[in-house]
Each structure stands twice: as C-alpha cells, then as structure tokens.
Design a protein. Structure first.
Length: 387
C-alpha cells in the first residue's frame, strides 16, 4: 500500500485538520459521535451505562486525590528554591498533581491510571486502610515524576539539566521510602537504578530503529515491549506492595503481566498523541508509531505531510488500533484472572473509547476524500482517495 502524495495546499489543510488530539486537551466522558458499523461499539444504552461505570472509577476517590494534592503542595514547598520551578512543571503541567493544577476532564480514550491504580487494587484486594491507599497513590505520583524527568533528559532536554537530575533522583528516593514503609525489605526499590534502567532501554530502542527500513513490525510484542518496559517500572513497586501486604506474593507475576500488557498498549496511544512533536524534535526513532508507519511504507525517512497523510490511511489506522486493542484485551484478561473488577472496568472502558476514536478518524477521512474528489482542479490528482 502506498500513500498518494497530495498537493502542497491540500497537505497543509490536512496537516492542520488532522493533528492528533493532545493529552492536554482531553474531552469529558462521552461515547458519542462517529460510530460506524464494523467497529463493534456498544449499543447506546449500554454505552451510557459503561460511561457511568467508567466515571465511577474516579468519582469515588475524590477525597484521596485531595489528600495527595495537599501532600504534593507540601513536597513542593519543602524543595530547595532553585529547583521549585522545574518541579512545579512536573507536578502541575505533567501530572496535574497539586491543588493548583488546572481542572481537566478524564477522557475514556486515555483514562488516568495514576494514582488510581493503587486505589483500585486496594479496594479489589480488600485493603481498607485509607493511609495505605493514599500513601501508595502518592508513591505512584513520585515515581512518575522521577521517570518523567529522566525521560526528558534522555530525550535531550538541555535546560535545567542539574535540576531535572535532582528531581529525578530525589523523587525516586521519596517513592522508594514510601513503598518501604509498607512492604518492608521485601521490595528492593532502592536498588532499582532507574536512570541506568531507562538508559539501557533507550539504547536497545535506538539500536532497533537506527537504520530503516526495519524488517519486523515495530508494533510486535518483541519490539513494543522495549518501548514500554520502563513504564512498568513506574507502577510495579507501589502495586506489588499491596499484594505483599495481603500475603499474596504468588500473584506478583500476574501483576507484572497485567502491567506489561497495559503499558504496551498505552505506549502506542501515547506515541500517537506525541508523534508530530517527536518527528519535529528529531525523535522519530523513539516513537513506536512513526517507526510503524515507516516500516509499513518501507521508508528510510519521513516528513510531517507524509506522516499526517499516512495516519489517515485505513490500513495504517487499523494496524495501530488493532495493536492497542490486542494489548488491552490481554491486560483485561489478566485483570479478570486477578479478580480485579476495577482494573477490568478501566481497561474495558479504554478499549471502547479507542473504538470510537478509530471510527472518528475514519469518518473524518471519508469526508475529506469525498470533498477532495468533488473538486475539479488541475492541481489535484484525479481520484486522490479511492471511492
């Protein structure tokens, strides 16, 4: 399959209109719009019920979130003045974890796993102590801040390098100390050298995609697991502590399997939203989505118009969304085996949301093609989009 080259004016219009939704502009709970047959959407009544159930995953934990926000406020206030501005960026802009963070709605297509994963597992495993629930939720936030700062450094962030490094190390230590309070020495969290771990993972990713075209699908489990491995390390210690506290260490392999599958799907979703910025930054080799497009089209390099047009091609869209659904389906199966209804509801909600999103992309493309094919102009290639 070959992406047809559009004339420059059309490419510019498509690039502007088809920009992938940003994580910073998440929509409210909604299952409406753009639903086409073949995408297996829920029926309208069931869709409304699913949306209500999905919203309930978050609404019942408001007080726990408020507590974490107050703790985050305190953590920021206690930091050295020199690093506060950078730390505020991660707490407020990246994770929206403090009381000053802007209000936002949680999209069913993206969800918000942090800090809610700790809340859901505590409830499903019968951990009623609010202190435990909140402490582990806060630990998840600290771990995410640490890894986000390391991630930015490895992606070439040149501003405030020493401050980012301080934040990364400091908040990993804070995360480790909170987990150790609850799980004791059964989890060697302090021994998880995150910076070395992430550097090694990125090194493997670069070696996989340093020369194009690659011969193996970048969305295959063998490859996408390398993109998502460090994401598992963010969540595993805090969630494993819950099983250890309940004396159920035998379930830790299942937890790891759930996180492994979920994070593979989430990494594709995240890269879809960031692929434009990744390409413009020169980070195409770290994007599973861009790597997949280049592999699919057998390209050695790619520009923004080609990437934008490719992401409207049915075959490429189908490949991306099938991969997301495959990993989320596997995660849902593990959640069911773990008897975690809330984890199951979370993943099922995202699967449905992404079906709707795929249908909207296809509907947008169909409308665009109908419009372009109706224009008689010498600058346009005849039958630009197949009827």
């Amino acid at each position: 399959m070959r992406v047809q080259v559009m004339p420059a004016p059309v490419v510019a219009a498509v690039a502007a209109a088809a920009r992938l939704p940003s994580r910073r502009r998440q929509s409210s709970f909604s299952w409406e719009g753009g639903v086409r047959s073949g995408c297996m959407p829920l029926k309208p009544v069931a869709r409304a019920e699913a949306g209500a159930r999905y919203a309930a995953l978050y609404d019942s934990y408001e007080q726990n979130v408020r507590w974490i926000q107050r703790q985050a406020d305190w953590e920021l206030a206690a930091l050295p003045k020199a690093v506060k501005e950078v730390a505020d960026f991660y707490f407020n802009k990246r994770l929206k974890a403090t009381s000053d963070a802007p209000y936002y709605n949680i999209s069913p297509m993206v969800g918000r796993p942090l800090p809610y994963l700790a809340f859901w597992l505590c409830d499903d495993l019968g951990v009623d102590d609010e202190r435990v629930r909140r402490t582990l939720g806060l630990a998840l936030i600290f771990a995410s801040i640490s890894v986000s700062a390391y991630d930015d450094l490895l992606e070439g962030a040149l501003d405030a390098v020493s401050h980012r490094l301080f934040i990364a190390r400091y908040f990993w230590a804070r995360h480790a100390s909170l987990v150790a309070e609850l799980a004791g020495d059964k989890l060697k969290v302090h021994e998880l050298l995150v910076v070395e771990n992430i550097s090694h993972i990125y090194g493997e990713v670069y070696s996989l995609f340093s020369s194009y075209p690659v011969t193996v699908n970048p969305l295959s489990e063998k490859h996408i697991s390398k993109f998502s491995q460090y994401l598992v390390s963010v969540c595993y210690p805090s969630l494993a502590a819950i099983f250890i506290m309940k004396g159920n260490s035998d379930a830790l392999p299942s937890l790891n399997k759930f996180l492994h599958n979920y994070c593979m799907g989430w990494r594709i979703v995240d890269d879809m939203r960031d692929c434009r910025d990744d390409l413009l930054r020169g980070d195409a080799g770290k994007s599973a989505v861009i790597s997949y497009v280049m592999w699919h089209l057998k390209l050695s390099r790619i520009d923004l118009p080609t990437l934008t047009a490719a992401l409207l091609e049915p075959e490429i869209l189908e490949g991306l969304y099938k991969a997301i659904d495959r990993h989320y389906k596997a995660a849902a199966r593990v959640a069911r085996e773990m008897n975690s209804q809330r984890l199951l509801d979370f993943v099922v909600g995202q699967r449905e949301g992404h079906r709707v999103e795929q249908a909207r992309f296809q509907s947008f493309r169909d409308g665009l093609c109908a419009f372009l094919n109706g224009i008689e102009h010498r600058a346009l290639t005849p039958d630009l989009c197949p009827r």
